[in-house]
Design a protein around this ligand. Structure first.
Ligand code: NAD
Length: 481
């Protein structure tokens, strides 16, 4: 039984759920304890008690601790990638990339701990000096989704600790294994007891306790829009001071392909963006907006590419597309495939679940492609979160831009074109937090801001030095020498 980590100790007790491998549902990875309400409150008290010590630690101490975490993640890359692929189902190559990213993020924020920014300004008043400094926010509650079991926890926990906060971390219940492995590493790098706590369990039980406790000064959340709204309501509705909150939620990201695009590049972008990681990325390009001059060639080449994709056990050599994460998500994907057909879109590839691959029972789904889709269809408006994409045919670049922006979301958006003028036009006018030119909508750097607009995100950006906007509290001091 894998236990919760609270106040510097591995806590006994609690119900446990089995962690099941979606590539082989006969394979149980382990049992992970749910934190009780009392244990969550204990973690919050421990975090609050740890704040003065960790807040007063030197930048070098924080840098050393975070660097040690990064080094161990990188040194254990193969083992952690295997665990990640086994519990989440993304192909081993994607899992390895995620583990690398998580290690690099800890190293990046180790460096950031040494350069916490401030400003010194002359006052408008004679003889006065104005100092602007950044202080820790306090106890930070971190709530993460299942689709990046290591990278998303890393990009929240690392900055939270770098800027001197204490952390209570609740991972998604479907992927406790990677979270537990990360906690185990964090337990050995010399953090004062209570600085970092792991509380596993459901959103309804454990997550809600974090949202409603006045000791939590900030909540960093990534997940669905429904839960994001719940986080926001709790943050302003709870007793005591409101908590600050940061929400990264869904996406319905467009990839625009213009007549002048390099077709090979466009196909690579579509296959990677829409189908890699089984389409289970908030930045996945589920809407392929294609101008009519290239439409038929694009569809033909994409179908050819999908036919060549190897769906299989996430850990098997050569697998490009692993299974869907669980039975619920598979059911949801299949429902959307049915909805798309009933709405009048043409299913030109895939659409079927594969109960077994290579003799292993799992949640496998063929990569699926619709054509003849229109922007008002539910498959073009709602996040599916699976290996399912729809092609929308448009007349020209103007219509492509209008269709690309016709969504409640705004996380990532891409354009494939060989025209510098068109690239600049789309870069300026796509309504998204991240714009990709001749690159997949998914796949980002670790040292620059990540986040979206409209219904995709709320609050300051994550990652890079922009993370300090959320994980620090600004103090303006007027000093009369
Ligand atoms: P989810 O909202 O169901 O769960 C996310 C987390 O919130 C989990 O840890 C869950 O236990 C917790 N939670 C659920 N109900 C809660 C409650 N009432 N109170 C407190 N916590 C609660 O999302 P998911 O299914 O795990 O993840 C998929 C979603 O995440 C998709 O919509 C995807 O687009 C989104 N996502 C967004 C980004 C981004 O950066 N924009 C990145 C990855 C995933």
């Amino acid at each position: 039984m894998h236990r919760n980590y609270i106040a510097g100790e591995w806590a006994e007790g609690g119900d446990a759920t089995p962690n099941i491998n979606p590539s082989d549902t006969d394979d149980t990875i382990g049992h992970y304890a749910h934190a009780s309400a009392e244990q969550v409150r204990h973690a919050l008290a421990a975090a609050e008690a740890a704040l003065p010590r960790w807040g007063a630690s030197t930048p070098q101490q924080r840098a050393d601790a975070l660097d040690a975490v990064g080094s161990e993640i990188l040194a254990r890359r193969d083992e952690l990638a295997d665990l990640l692929a086994r519990e989440e189902g993304k192909a081993l190559s994607d899992a390895r990339a995620e583990v690398l990213r998580a290690g690099q993020i800890f190293k990046f924020f180790a460096g950031e701990a040494l350069r916490i920014p401030g400003e010194l300004l002359a006052s408008t008043r004679p003889g006065m000096c104005v100092e602007i400094t950044r202080e820790p926010v306090g106890v930070v509650g971190i709530i993460t989704p299942w689709n990046f079991p290591l990278a998303i926890p890393a990009w929240k926990i690392a900055p939270a600790l770098a800027y001197g906060n204490a952390v209570v971390f609740k991972p998604a219940e479907l992927v406790p294994g990677s979270a537990w492995a990360l906690a185990e590493i964090l337990s050995r790098v010399g953090l004062p007891h209570g600085t970092f706590n792991l509380v596993m369990g459901t959103g309804r039980a454990v997550g809600e306790l974090l949202l409603n406790d006045a000791r939590v000064a900030a909540i960093s959340f990534t997940g669905s829009e429904t839960t994001g709204r719940r986080v926001a309501q709790a943050a302003v509705g709870r007793a005591g001071p409101m908590s600050r909150f940061q929400l990264e939620m869904g996406g319905k990201n467009p990839l625009v392909v213009l007549d002048d695009a390099d077709l090979d590049v466009a196909i690579q972008c579509a296959v990677n963006g829409a189908y890699y990681s089984t389409g289970q990325r908030c930045t996945a390009s589920s809407r392929l907006v294609v101008t009519e001059g290239v439409h038929d060639r694009f569809v033909e080449a994409l179908v050819e590419a999908l036919r060549a994709l190897r769906v299989g056990d996430a850990r098997a050599p050569g697998t490009e597309i692993g299974p869907v994460v669980d039975a619920n998500q598979l059911q949801r994907d299949l429902e959307y495939i049915d909805i798309g057909q009933r709405e009048g879109a043409s299913l030109v590839f895939g659409g079927a679940a594969l109960p077994q691959v290579d003799g292993r029972p799992g949640y496998y789904l063929q990569p699926s492609l619709f054509t003849d889709a229109s922007p008002d269809m539910r498959i073009c408006r709602e996040e599916i979160f699976g290996p399912v994409a729809a092609v929308i045919r448009v007349r020209d670049a103007d219509e492509a831009l209008a269709v690309a922006n016709d969504t409640d979301y705004g996380l990532s958006a891409g354009v494939c074109t060989s025209s510098l003028k068109m690239a600049a036009h789309f870069r300026r006018h796509l309504q998204a937090g991240m714009v990709m030119v001749n690159a997949p909508t998914a796949g980002v750097d670790l040292h620059v801001p990540f986040g979206g607009r409209k219904g995709s995100s709320f609050g300051p950006r994550e990652q890079g030095r922009y993370a300090s906007e959320f994980f620090t509290s600004v103090k303006t001091a007027y000093v009369q020498p």
